[in-house]
Design a protein around this ligand. Structure first.
Ligand SMILES: Cc1ncc(COP(=O)(O)O)c(C=O)c1O
Length: 439
């Protein structure tokens, strides 16, 4: 008797379990929970080795904008490969880095004309925090070295970024590595509070804090409009305007972490644009390459750049990563900007978001749904559920229906690539409603 052939999925699964340490994962849970080997990714769809298909409702951790295997981005990377693949950016430069720096400066809020490249979101956050503290030191104010961050913040997993992240599960074990920073009120509404009242409350609290402590503060870091990883918590643009005024008044940098919100997720190219504010430093990553290659960038103001421009090497920003300004990633990013321009994507997305809202009406009215909210291309809601394992359970149920959704606690959200069709979006909403019916 011959044994039944193992499915291709099973083979990759067991090899991955043995050899790959997966991110943000208790590996032991993969003894029972799904781990999906992906053989093919195209458009908004992922296909496993057994031919099952999954609609990517969260853009593969919020990175994908124009679909997997986008032919334009792929061709541009191929052509770039034949020209320059990667060269160090210290002592050298190349077309894609220069062109991308110029185009991002033209698109970003006014006055952010100096691009410092890195590879991941967290490294961009490290760079922004180091730039801020070092800038004050160079100007003769070394005591201005603490960072303010918001309650419910998330800025990444490296030690500096984690020090300004307010998610206990992620930071608890690393407390000895983390410098003490200061957490202040978030403008996200608390139970029953209006967005305006929450914004006012948090801005008043920021004003009080700055009035007392500004002499020791380098910067305030915020995720503009949406605190993503703590549950797609949305807030009023008025807070950002007050924060900008207050930071200017008290000589504290405003750092906008637009790693998740940038490149159209909140409805404008950058969320700061919606509040009509210009931060001193802006961190960009994720969608920058359309989700194809790792790249991040910090755009700095003229004033911050000027504080480093000196005869002394010690006054320079001596930070680097080997892959800084990778030419292939920069070329992918330039192609993403072309796609935005050619498709007038920000304007087209406004109509798309309206259609999504209409397609999700039945889901929004589901008796299990609480606090339905949308900011641009991000739709989120909380679920009234008796299940302690809701997020894991929902993830498995969604996969069984051919959709990839990964709740944060009891919060379900849709953040698909911009190219999903109305039918595909309806599938996300309908599949979700079916799962909620089973609660
Ligand atoms: C707002 C924000 N900042 C920083 C990061 C970290 O980015 P990365 O995972 O690329 O290090 C994330 C990732 O989700 C994020 O949402």
């Amino acid at each position: 008797m011959t044994a039944a052939p193992m499915s291709a999925n099973t083979d990759w699964l067991s090899r991955s379990r043995a050899a790959v340490w997966h991110p943000c994962t208790q590996m032991k849970l993969h003894a029972t929970l799904p781990l999906v080997p992906i053989a093919h990714a195209e458009g908004a769809w992922l296909t496993d080795f057994d031919g099952n298909r999954y609609l990517d409702g969260i853009s593969s951790w919020w990175v994908n904008l124009f679909g997997h295997a986008n032919p334009r981005i792929a061709a541009a990377i191929g052509a770039q490969l034949a020209e320059v693949d990667h060269v160090m950016l210290a002592g050298f430069t190349h077309r894609p880095a220069v062109e991308l720096a110029e185009r991002l400066a033209a698109l970003a809020p006014r006055g952010l004309g100096h691009a410092f490249f890195a590879s991941d979101g967290a490294s961009a956050v490290e760079i922004a925090l180091k730039m801020s503290v070092h800038c004050w030191r160079n100007r003769g104010h070394p005591q201005k070295c603490r960072i303010l961050h918001l309650e419910g913040s998330y800025h990444g997993e490296t030690a500096g970024a984690l020090a300004v992240t307010d998610i206990a599960l992620f930071r608890g074990a690393y407390a000895p590595l983390l410098t003490a920073q200061t957490r202040i009120d978030s403008p996200v509404p608390r139970d029953g509070e209006s967005r305006e009242a929450a914004s006012q409350r948090a801005a008043d609290s920021l004003a009080r804090h700055l009035a007392t402590h500004h002499a020791s503060l380098a910067a305030l870091i915020v995720e503009p409009l949406v605190q993503g990883a703590s549950g797609m918590r949305m807030y009023d643009a008025g807070y950002l305007r007050r924060a900008r005024e207050l930071c200017s008044r008290y000589d504290v940098h405003l750092v906008a972490d637009e790693i998740m919100t940038g490149f159209g997720r909140t409805g404008s190219m950058f969320a700061c644009g919606e509040a009509a504010i210009a931060p001193d430093l802006i961190c960009l990553s994720k969608g920058i390459t359309g989700g194809v290659l790792p790249l991040s960038v910090v755009l700095a103001s003229d004033a911050i750049y000027a504080a480093f421009y000196a005869d002394s090497v010690a006054q320079a920003f001596l930070h680097s990563h080997s892959y800084t300004g990778n030419a292939l990633a920069c070329r992918a990013a330039l192609t993403v900007l072309d796609l935005f321009e050619e498709g007038n994507v920000i304007v087209a997305n406004r109509a798309t978001a309206g259609r999504w809202e209409a397609l999700a009406q039945a889901l929004a009215a589901h008796p299990r749904v609480r606090d339905w909210r949308r900011c641009g291309m991000i739709v989120a809601f909380d679920v009234d559920t008796p299940r302690a394992d809701f997020a894991q359970w929902f993830f498995g149920e969604a996969l069984a229906r051919g959709i990839l959704l990964r709740p944060i606690g009891n919060t379900v959200y849709f953040m698909p690539p911009y190219i999903v069709t109305d039918d595909e979006f309806a599938m996300l909403a309908q599949g979700t409603a079916e799962i909620l019916d089973r609660l």
